[in-house]
Design a protein around this ligand. Structure first.
Ligand SMILES: [Zn+2]
Length: 524
């Protein structure tokens, strides 16, 4: 469910005018405003944050206390990052510059006593020198902002609109983000200032920002607007990246039957590792240029970008019920990341194949590599797929040397279950249905109609509904460490597993039904 964007006129400071614009249910009688201004210290690597906060009318004994909070993690990145550790020089003042009393409450909350002031002026600095998709980085030529670690939200009011103005240093030209530019009255681009709005803090935190002189390619495709922002663009013109992204996105639209945004922004960052999905954007590190040594390397990059793109369906829209609205103050546990991540990995090669960019052999080779990783390590006898999801908060960067012997990753076993469930559903329904139908039904029923995530039982119930019978064996492979009977699972698709090299191969003698399913899965 997409919330309506909030945009405010230039002089909407009066309580009367503001209250007439605020959405219902968001404290319509309250004067309330949060406006951020962000500037950068590119030498010291700091983000300077200036917040003007017109607080709601005081109410009761607690009315004269304001609590501002900073998230400790970022959705999609299942690790406690403790963003507040980067904050220094916190100050709270009234509009006349008189200091207000404040103190910390726990690690991520600032409790302020406004002493009767309706407007609070909050200033702080955020140190930013991490090359991570979930953390901020300010350097002399560009800056990447992971918003969860930059902006404070007022406790109990993160569903309120917020406005952010970025002040660009010196000769910097551009701000790339999925955020919406402020309305016409607010002059979104003025000199070196760029203003954006978010309808609530969930959207703000889900909209990373790249600033600097990045190369920007804008294009339109099937009625939607796209921005490709490249921090290290060297060589991109010699690739077929834009055309290939268009083909990949068309394949995703064909699969899902709907596009949940008007504009999508690819933030392709400098040399680094990792990518993170967002509401209508993605932040993905690159190899530092677009000069790929061979087609395999290019496809690896394209597959990686495809993964983050498909997440806008699978995890942003089709999501386990625990994943939103988020509690940013602590871990959010779910046993279903094998669907959100594993199926997204499964659809990487499926989308590229359906887009005509790779062959069926590529699909088999990718899936074989996951089987090899899982089956050749002892960990699959100690941890179920379901458990690997639930315990990710302990294991995201757990480098204990016994990892391979005791754990598995849902990035490896998840796509295997994607394949096996796809085959099982196709087989059970006589070729009438597939995993695609599960994705579409989850999308329609829970995201579009109910506006929420699904429970674990609802997920299996949708699978049963699509397949026409329960997928009990699949559920056992998800919830236990029982060995997978590959021969039994693969035969209906005319495939077999060569255990000497853990490689998926085509069965030479497949019957008509199996050949048909194999054609659907591999395109051959
Ligand atoms: Zn992912």
């Amino acid at each position: 469910m997409r919330k309506k964007l909030f945009s405010r006129g230039k002089k909407a400071f009066s309580a009367l005018l503001l209250s007439s614009i605020l959405p219902l249910g968001a404290g319509a009688e309250e004067a309330f405003e949060m406006k951020y201004e962000v500037s950068l210290d590119t030498v010291g690597h700091y983000i300077d944050v200036d917040l003007r906060y017109i607080r709601p009318a005081a109410a009761g004994a607690e009315g004269d206390t304001v609590r501002l909070c900073m998230p400790v993690w970022a959705p999609g990145y299942y690790l406690i990052l403790d963003y507040p550790k980067n904050m220094v020089d916190f100050r709270a003042e009234d509009p006349q510059g008189r200091p207000l009393v404040w103190e910390k409450e726990g690690k991520s909350t600032w409790r302020i006593l406004p002493a009767g002031a309706d407007t609070l002026c909050i200033r702080y600095r955020v140190f930013a020198l991490e090359r991570s998709v979930a953390e901020s980085r300010v350097a002399c030529g560009s800056a990447f902002l992971a918003p969860g670690g930059v902006f404070l939200y007022p406790e109990g009011k993160k569903d309120h609109p917020v406005e952010v103005t970025f002040v660009l240093p010196g000769n910097w030209q551009s701000v790339s983000t999925g955020l919406a530019p402020a309305g016409a009255g607010s002059a979104p681009a003025q000199g070196n200032r760029r203003t954006f709005t978010a309808p609530d803090f969930d959207v703000l935190y889900d909209s990373p920002v790249l600033m600097g002189n990045q190369e920007i390619v804008r294009f339109r495709h099937e009625g939607k607007d796209y921005e490709l922002a490249m921090e290290s663009p060297d060589g991109w013109e010699e690739t077929s990246l834009v055309d290939d992204l268009k083909r990949m996105m068309s394949a995703a639209t064909d699969l899902m039957g709907h596009v949940p945004y008007d504009r999508y922004c690819y933030l392709l960052l400098c040399a680094g590792g990792g990518g993170l999905e967002h509401l209508n954007s993605q932040a993905s590190y690159t190899q530092g240029n677009f000069r790929f040594p061979d087609r395999a390397e290019y496809l690896r990059f394209l597959s990686f970008v495809t993964h983050e793109y498909f997440h806008l369906y699978n995890v942003k829209a089709i999501r386990p019920i625990e994943l939103g609205p988020f509690d940013y103050a602590r871990e959010v546990f779910t046993p279903m990341l094998w669907v959100s991540e594993g199926f997204t990995v499964y659809y990487e090669s499926q989308l590229l194949r359906r887009a005509g960019l790779v062959s069926g052999d590529y699909v088999l080779s990718e899936l074989s590599s996951f089987i090899r990783t899982v089956e050749s390590r002892e960990g699959h006898r100690h941890m179920s797929l379901r458990q690997s999801s639930y315990d990710i908060w302990l294991n995201f960067f757990n480098r204990n040397p016994n990892g391979a012997e005791t754990r598995i990753s849902y990035y490896d076993k998840g796509p295997i279950l994607g394949l096996l469930m796809d085959i099982a559903i196709r087989h059970a329904s006589g070729g009438a249905k597939s995993l695609d139908d599960v994705m579409r039904l989850l999308y329609r029923r829970y995201y579009q109609e109910a506006g929420r995530g699904f429970t674990e039982e609802e997920f299996w119930s949708v699978c049963r509904e699509v397949a026409g019978r329960p997928l009990s064996l699949m559920r056992r492979y998800v919830e236990t460490t029982d060995e997978i009977d590959y021969d039994r699972c693969l035969v209906p698709a005319g495939l077999w597993l060569d255990r000497s090299t853990w490689t998926l191969r085509r069965l030479p003698e497949a019957d008509g039904e199996a050949l048909k399913m194999r054609r659907q899965l591999l395109g051959d």
